[in-house]
Write a protein that binds this ligand. Structure first.
Ligand code: PEP
Ligand code: MN
Length: 319
């Protein structure tokens, strides 16, 4: 009896997950390599002596010596607004056009974005002005409709740890802009990027957009030290969004210059043809003339850190 019980115990999984077997069998759990017990970021790490990975979007390069400015309204509101926004930001030297069609709003009663028609308006404005476009994807079901028209898919701060969305984006071969969650640590941000790389999508750009702290004078606290830290340890390009970080257009120019000085690879800025009438985030939107002023100030700061303001590529210069 005793032997039969022992044999039985040897042959079954006891329900605790502990199957009795010699440790040298190939099915025995392998110890992770030393130093990786913490499941920390691996694939986004910068190899010794290696430069930032360069990510190309229709001839525009993120992570190279050129600094990339992306600008446009918080939300697509209509064809005329996007035409005015695109022509203004293109004239001032922006390389890409932004505009949200699926908007993650705190209140269900606030403007939620135009949805698919907004994506069409954004892409047409971008095409007319030779600007690749970026828009936020809130849900994996929106991906097919966006792939045809959107050059960079943005994961918003509120979705940074939406792991099923990250896994769906990881299967694509399309650049993703991953915003830092406003309550996320730097490590959580890096691990969210790791989901994309681990799933096979290497085209990831990080974006610092401010975090929530005890400070209440501003919408968020712009964590530029996290930008310098990310650049030091990772190989992914990092851009900064001073619009959501400050919530105040008067602070967007100084924080943009600070971002350029601390080693960011570019900016994501809200610019609206008529900020006082914006349906979303008007107080933090620059008017076209303010955006022009910023673009004139950037080259000097960039020069001091060995960078330059990215210029439209030759093929688009005639547009
Ligand atoms: C945005 O860029 O449109 C946006 C909603 O930003 P965030 O996700 O950083 O709040
Ligand atoms: Mn916004």
């Amino acid at each position: 009896m005793h032997h039969r019980v022992q044999n039985f115990l040897n042959s079954v999984n006891l329900g605790t997950g502990l199957r009795r077997q010699p440790a040298d069998q190939s099915t025995a759990p392998r110890s992770p390599p030393r130093g990786e017990w913490d499941n920390g970021p691996r694939k986004i790490r910068r190899g010794a002596g290696l430069e930032t990975s360069r990510i190309a979007v229709k001839g525009i390069e993120f992570g190279g010596p050129g600094f990339v400015v992306i600008a446009g309204p918080c939300a697509v509101e209509g064809a005329e607004q996007m035409e005015l926004a695109a022509s203004a930001v293109r004239r001032a030297g922006a390389l890409m056009l932004r505009g949200g069609a699926f908007k993650p709003r705190t209140s269900p009663y606030a403007f939620q974005g135009m949805g698919e028609p907004g994506i069409r308006i954004l892409s047409e404005a971008g095409r007319r002005h030779g600007l690749p476009v970026i828009a936020e994807v809130m849900d994996a079901s929106q991906i097919p409709g966006m792939l045809e028209r959107v050059d960079v898919l943005q994961v918003g701060a509120r979705n940074m740890q939406n792991f099923s969305l990250l896994r769906a984006l990881a299967r694509l071969r399309r650049p993703v802009l991953l915003k830092r969650g406003f309550c996320s640590t730097v490590r959580e941000w890096f691990l969210a990027a790791e989901y994309l790389l681990d799933g096979g999508n290497e085209q990831v750009i990080l974006c610092e957009r401010g975090i929530r702290t005890f400070e209440t004078a501003l919408r968020n606290t712009l964590d530029l030290s996290a930008v310098a830290y990310a650049k030091l340890h990772n190989r992914l390009p990092v851009i900064v969004d001073p619009s959501h970080a400050t919530g105040n257009r008067d602070l967007v120019i100084p924080m943009s210059l600070a971002a350029a000085a601390c080693g960011a690879d570019g900016l994501l800025l809200e610019v609206h043809p008529d900020p006082d009438r914006a349906l979303c985030d008007g107080p933090q939107a620059l008017a076209p003339d303010e955006f022009q002023t910023l673009m004139e100030k950037l080259p000097k700061v960039l020069e001091s850190v060995g960078r330059f303001l990215g210029a439209p590529s030759l093929s688009r210069a005639s547009v």
